[in-house]
Design a protein around this ligand. Structure first.
Ligand code: XIL
Length: 394
């Protein structure tokens, strides 16, 4: 069988193994060059929208000061790559841990970046205890609601006034053609209103926070209609929701600009702010669109060589194509900058990207603006160019 598919629920992976996964395996150990004159991205996009990145274990545990300094130099919004997900913040019922989230907030304060909370309610990276029914029974609505509300109240309450934006619910829309919401444990136990209830709880815990619904591929036709249905229904019920986050895990060769533009128009037309929350542009072959973390592939060595073609380096022509795609994406972002609150990259430079391990472990991908030595790639210069052009019309 070619390409055996392995289903893996990240919620059951231990934190220790995630720590190893998230370390930049082939990162440069070179310190940052103090004479590096590359213009910080946050200056490039000043007055346009926030430009963000992730901080992950290596930064939050103080193991990679150069990576931290690099993130602080270029970005003005920080999201924890993993450390504020439910498996971190409440690994066991009632045992909350905020150390790494607190560290992210502290590192953000040092450079004036906006700390972003990711994420409160998700089917993945959520410990099994959340979804266990009492005495072996299926999880009932009241227990699920109470666990969800306690989690949100405690986590948002802890970061109240510090974390300014929350991804309240992550990935609730189904990928299946005839299905509206993903049949996640939250949806099954509570019903479709788990989303409204999550937003209400987050707003109660911090009325000043900007609350976002976050998902992948919701710009695409097959999910945009369902997303609009969800957002409209929340707004009709006067649920406190302020923004929609398009994850933007895109791939070179299949970026659909018209769909992205339509999504910006449709979502902002509802009066919501638009965010691009997890931007990357992978260049490796994959059979999966978007970022469904329940899929991981395991392959033989031969198969692996075929699907990991740029181990020795990114060919110039691919780097150029990637730069052109990034330029077009940022042209569009610039055109709609009055609607766009934030654009966050999922990692600061290529070695940090989760795509080196997803959907297949241990490949060499090149999805970001900076290379493995943290030097600007052609994509960086293309994005800078896009930012300097004057665009008219919305
Ligand atoms: C990813 C992390 O980057 C990885 O380190 C982890 O192993 C899996 O999750 N959508 C999301 C993010 O909302 O939280 C995911 O982050 C990427 C897909």
């Amino acid at each position: 069988m070619v390409n055996r598919r392995m289903s893996k629920v990240f919620g059951v992976i231990t934190m220790a193994s995630l720590c190893v996964l998230a370390l930049p395996g082939n990162a440069s150990s070179k310190p940052m060059d103090p004479t590096d004159a590359t213009k910080p991205l946050k200056e490039v996009f000043k007055g346009k929208f926030l430009i963000g990145t992730t901080l992950d274990f290596h930064e939050l545990l103080g193991r990679a000061p150069e990576d931290t300094a690099f993130a602080q130099k270029h970005f003005n919004a920080f999201t924890c790559g993993n450390s504020m997900k439910p498996d971190f913040t409440q690994p066991q019922e009632g045992r909350f841990t905020f150390e790494q989230g607190d560290k992210m907030v502290e590192l953000a304060a040092q450079c004036g970046a906006v700390p972003i909370g990711h994420t409160l309610v998700w089917h993945s990276q959520t410990p099994a205890w959340f979804f266990a029914g009492k005495q072996g029974q299926p999880l009932d609505r009241e227990t699920a609601l109470s666990r969800m509300r306690t989690h949100i109240a405690t986590v948002v309450g802890h970061f109240k006034g510090k974390v300014k934006q929350w991804d309240v619910v992550n990935e609730a829309i189904s990928d299946a053609p005839n299905e509206y919401l993903r049949p996640s444990p939250w949806q099954k136990a509570i019903g479709d209103d788990f989303i409204a209830e999550a937003f209400r709880a987050a707003h109660a815990a911090d009325p000043a926070a900007l609350l976002t619904y976050n998902d992948y591929n919701i710009e695409m036709g097959y999910k945009r209609g369902k997303t609009l249905r969800l957002l409209k229904s929340l707004l009709d019920q006067k649920v406190p929701i302020h923004a929609v986050g398009i994850q933007a895990h895109w791939r070179l060769g299949s970026v659909n600009l018209p769909e992205i533009e339509k999504a910006i128009q449709d979502f902002s037309g509802l009066g919501l702010r638009v965010m691009f929350t997890e931007l990357d542009l992978g260049v490796l072959p994959t059979r999966y669109q978007g970022a469904d973390v329940s899929h991981q592939e395991s392959l033989t060595l031969e198969q692996r060589a075929a699907i990991d073609p740029y181990k020795a380096g990114l060919p110039d022509d691919v780097a150029k194509k990637q730069a052109e795609a990034y330029r077009q994406i940022f042209d569009l972002f610039m055109k709609y900058r009055s609607k766009i609150e934030r654009v966050t990259f999922w990692g600061s430079y290529d070695a940090e990207s989760w795509l080196n391990n997803f959907p297949i472990r241990g490949r060499t991908d090149y999805p970001l603006l900076f290379n493995r030595q943290r030097k600007p790639k052609p994509a960086y210069f293309a994005v800078v160019e896009a930012a300097s052009e004057t665009h008219k019309g919305e």
